[in-house]
Design a protein around this ligand. Structure first.
Ligand SMILES: Cc1cc2nc3c(=O)[nH]c(=O)nc-3n(C[C@H](O)[C@H](O)[C@H](O)COP(=O)(O)OP(=O)(O)OC[C@H]3O[C@@H](n4cnc5c(N)ncnc54)[C@H](O)[C@@H]3O)c2cc1C
Length: 393
């Protein structure tokens, strides 16, 4: 039996960030995760200022990563539903808040290996294996791995994704649901400049979002009904380029050089408790949201920062009082965001007139009233709260 202060299970971006933050505070950390070396995930993630503060604290921002990512200076929402009541186009400009950008867009294929390398530099012990069971006792948790090891710590950070085994081991139940949507994710080259602008076209089946990448290239998250998404996945690159050309209304010029693509079925999930029995949930083990407004990993980095902050000053990092504080802190942040994202998504899918009218009226108010627009921008950016407030990008 090997003993640590903290065990982190799962080497996605949330788990790796948590392992780095906790190790940087001088705790003995064990990371239990099979490292596939797979960097083929075509997703990019838009990380806002508090998340950049987390990366800065870890030592990856701006030095290591900034030159390989692209700033998001403007965010544009376009009503492309063809509804009877069309909402005006709204452009949010970071300059309106006196900021250089809302955030930067990171390929996961860049971010995850950089975080993994940093865990090694910070002395995190790696067990290259899956967790297969976990048992919580009065003052520690014991995790068994698929290569037969037993590791023990006062607290376990469960970062093992939406199907979390650790969440189950903690006896934490979830509310989960599915949307009649799937997201096609890819990237593409374009002949016109993106000018640092991300555009969310709100279409009948969900948002179609382009996000700037370095040079004349953008990432695409295209939410569609599952049957149509499957059709898009089966198209040749040339035909998909034509579809993207139509989807962007030519605003980025000629579309070419389609990157690897992947399909993500759309689901939602929220854990009924974010921490219990010495097990703390972070990232998609705690919450899953559709990719609207770039909130998912930004919330997960704040989970990691709050968990690390509470653990840093604790005598017993798995104490019930600490877990209760974490639960309250994260619930305040996650639940209202999840509800706003869900409402925005369902207002597109429903075709229900009062919802359409409400959406159009809300967007009109945002377009016309500067103070309201700036308040919405600050909310979307999730100004640093909790422990992430201590980190400066
Ligand atoms: C299309 C799309 C676009 C998105 N865009 C954005 C965006 O712009 N901005 C943003 O903030 N968020 C975005 N998100 C959300 C973001 O990608 C996710 O929140 C994030 O990737 C989840 O990270 P995670 O570490 O929680 O989970 P995961 O990446 O799922 O990592 C979990 C890890 O745990 C491992 N694991 C599972 N079980 C075990 C076990 N028993 N033992 C050990 N390891 C285990 C898995 O192998 C995996 O490596 C997007 C999501 C989608 C689908």
């Amino acid at each position: 039996m090997v003993e640590y202060d903290v065990i982190v299970v799962g080497a996605g971006p949330a788990g790796l960030a948590a392992a780095c933050l906790i190790a940087a505070d001088g705790r003995r950390v064990c990371l239990v995760a099979k490292q596939s070396g797979d960097v083929s995930d075509p997703r990019t993630v838009a990380l806002m200022m508090p998340s950049l503060g987390v990366l800065s604290r870890i030592g990856l921002w701006p030095e290591v990563l900034k030159s390989q990512t692209e700033p998001l200076r403007r965010l544009r929402l376009v009503d492309d539903t063809g509804a009877a009541l069309v909402a005006p186009t709204i452009t949010f400009d970071a300059a309106e808040l006196g900021a250089e950008a809302f955030g930067w867009n990171f390929p996961l294929g860049l971010l995850v290996p950089a975080l993994l390398a940093r865990t090694r530099e910070l002395g995190v012990c790696h067990v290259n294996s899956d967790a297969i069971s976990a048992r919580s006792g009065p003052d520690h948790v014991t995790v068994k791995t698929s290569n037969g090891m037993l590791v023990q710590a006062s607290v376990v950070i469960a970062a093992d994704g939406r199907g979390s085994l650790l969440r189950e081991a903690a006896s934490i139940r979830t509310n989960s649901w599915t949307y009649d949507q799937a997201a096609v994710v890819t990237s593409f080259a374009h002949s016109g400049p993106h000018d640092g602008m991300s555009t969310e076209y709100h279409k009948r089946a969900g948002p179609f979002t382009t996000v700037p990448m370095p040079g004349l290239r953008s990432a695409l998250v295209w939410m569609e009904r599952p049957a149509r998404a499957a059709e898009l996945m089966a198209l040749s690159n040339r035909d998909l380029a034509t579809e993207i050309q139509i989807g962007t209304h030519g605003s980025l010029g000629r579309i070419a050089d389609i990157g690897p693509r992947r399909l993500f079925p759309m689901t939602g999930l929220v854990a009924r408790s974010f921490a219990k029995n010495r097990i703390v949930l972070i990232g998609e083990a705690a919450h899953v949201v559709p990719p609207i407004g770039a909130q998912g990993l930004n919330m997960s980095f704040r989970d990691a920062a709050d968990a690390a902050g509470l653990i840093a000053s604790a005598n017993d990092p798995g104490a019930a009082s600490l877990l209760a504080d974490y639960d309250a802190m994260r619930r305040r942040d996650v639940q209202p965001r999840q509800q706003v994202i869900d409402l925005m998504n369902r207002s597109l899918l429903s075709g229900f007139l009062p919802l359409e009218v409400g959406r159009a009226a809300g967007l009109t108010l945002l377009a016309q009233f500067g103070p309201l627009r700036r308040a919405a921008m600050r909310y979307g950016l999730a100004e640093a709260s909790g422990y992430s407030a201590a980190y400066q990008p």
